[in-house]
Write a protein that binds this ligand. Structure first.
Ligand code: ZN
Length: 452
């Protein structure tokens, strides 16, 4: 069989299936009896399983948390795991987000790239491999979860009921594959304040804080020095000089795992207040341990390995009683020992009277050596189909399904040469050309894994 040709024939079917799946507004909602993530998510899963039933595959709905289709027979299980839920939409869309719409060679719709399109490509790959290897001696499963965007309880439930993969990938990250995902350490700091009467800023823990507004008792710091400090760093601000003084400091939002891409309004504000002589526990604490850094330098946790460094982001700031709370989001290197990471995080500010740091969520890193059989056979499939030998498998600061199921890495869906596909934003789309090349890569990837 000419795989490339066979994939081309399948593209209209992929688009038809994607149109069906996109029509369900599968944003997690109130649970209903037997529908832990709401009706739309259960309906989207039923629709996906119906498509796979239609191909003659064995299917199973795992309590509306997830569902899967399986081909082949044998002990070993190769898995693909994607998700059918999507993030909410806002009103900035050019066309209806739940009607797949073609414009300029792209298909627009919520979930088109994240992750319904890739799931449809995986369906097609399963179908084609089934034709190519009717007598395969391993099983291949396509698992589809229903709340990846809001906590991945779907995958935890699936693993509890159905177990792990022997080898697998999730089409919910980047080509040519993600062999490492940094560990995540999320928590907050608490520090008392006398001079700061009110403060708020930031939209989410995992976003670099883009704006801080604050009122400060008059006469507690040198306004001229405050201005000089911010001007020197090209930071935009507004000052209303009354009693109290009202400050607004502007940063630039970016993802928490790439803090250097943004400007953090919390760091800038407190570093400038420190330079302006504001003698306050909160200012001392935040300036001392964070200052204008975003890799943990001041905490002495600026770890780094061959695959990347630690990133640290202050996301949301608010006042609770007479204390200031700030969220802390750390992505630590893939080879760092998790227990040691935790210890050094707590030790960094231990015995400091000006404040305290806490952890609420802690995840170990994911790491497969780049030359491991899993990573190299997936990368080979990518190279063979695209001819791209420049881009290499990578490490990301994020967290995908791969952390929730054994022997699995993220592989696709985004290509290095993709334009900004507005993942999680307005007008999310998938370039139509991605459907064929992604499916073809997955066919070869599955064949390579079958031969391991
Ligand atoms: Zn996703």
């Amino acid at each position: 069989m000419d795989i490339k040709k066979r994939v081309e024939q399948e593209v209209p079917e992929i688009i038809k299936n994607l149109r069906t799946l996109v029509s369900y507004p599968s944003v997690e909602s109130e649970p209903l009896e037997g529908m832990p993530f709401g009706k739309a998510n259960a309906d989207a899963l039923a629709a996906a399983l119906k498509i796979l039933d239609g191909y003659g595959f064995k299917t199973k709905n795992v309590d509306n948390y997830a569902g899967f289709a399986e081909i082949g027979s044998g002990e070993k299980l190769i898995g693909m795991v994607g998700h059918l839920d999507v993030v909410p939409v806002t009103d900035g869309w050019t066309s209806d987000p739940f009607t797949l719409t073609e414009r300029d060679g792209n298909l627009y719709g919520r979930g088109s790239t994240d992750d319904k399109g890739p799931v449809c490509c995986a369906m097609a790959a399963l179908r084609i491999v089934h034709e190519l290897r009717p007598d395969m001696n391993k099983r291949i499963r396509l698992v589809m979860g229903c709340n990846e965007e809001s906590g991945s309880a779907c995958l935890a439930h699936y693993v509890e009921k159905e177990g792990h993969f022997d080898l697998g990938f999730t089409p919910d990250g980047n080509f040519p594959g993600v062999f490492g995902e940094k560990g995540i350490c999320q928590g907050h700091l608490e520090t008392p304040t006398n001079a700061i009467l009110s403060v708020e800023g930031g939209t989410a823990m995992n976003v670099v804080c883009g704006k801080v507004t604050m009122t400060v008792r008059k006469g507690t710091f040198d306004l001229g020095k405050f201005r000089i400090a911010l001007n020197a760093r090209n930071v935009r601000y507004e000052i209303e000089d009354g009693d109290p003084i009202k400050l607004t400091v502007y940063g630039l939002q970016a993802h928490a795992s790439l803090p250097d891409m943004g400007v953090n309004a919390i760091n800038e504000t407190f570093a400038a207040l420190d330079e302006a002589g504001l003698d306050d526990p909160a200012v001392r604490f935040i300036a001392r341990y964070f200052g204008n850094t975003c890799h943990g330098e001041r905490l002495g946790i600026d770890f780094e390995d061959a695959y990347g460094d630690l990133s640290l982001n202050l996301g949301v700031i608010k006042k609770v009683g007479d204390k200031i709370h700030v969220t802390v989001d750390i992505r630590y290197p893939v080879t760092k020992d998790p227990e040691q990471m935790k210890r050094e995080y707590y030790n960094a500010t231990k015995d400091d009277e000006d404040g305290e740091m806490f952890i609420e969520d802690f995840e170990e890193p994911l790491f497969f050596p780049p030359d491991s059989p899993l990573v190299s056979s997936l990368y080979k499939a990518y190279k063979d189909v695209t001819g791209d030998t420049v881009n290499r498998p990578m490490v990301i600061g994020g967290g995908t399904y791969a952390k929730g199921i054994h022997n699995t890495i993220a592989f696709g869906a985004e290509f290095p040469d993709d334009p900004d596909i507005h993942m999680h934003g307005d007008d999310e789309f998938i370039p139509i050309k991605n459907l064929a090349r992604q499916t073809e890569i997955y066919v070869h990837a599955l064949l390579n894994l079958l031969d391991l």
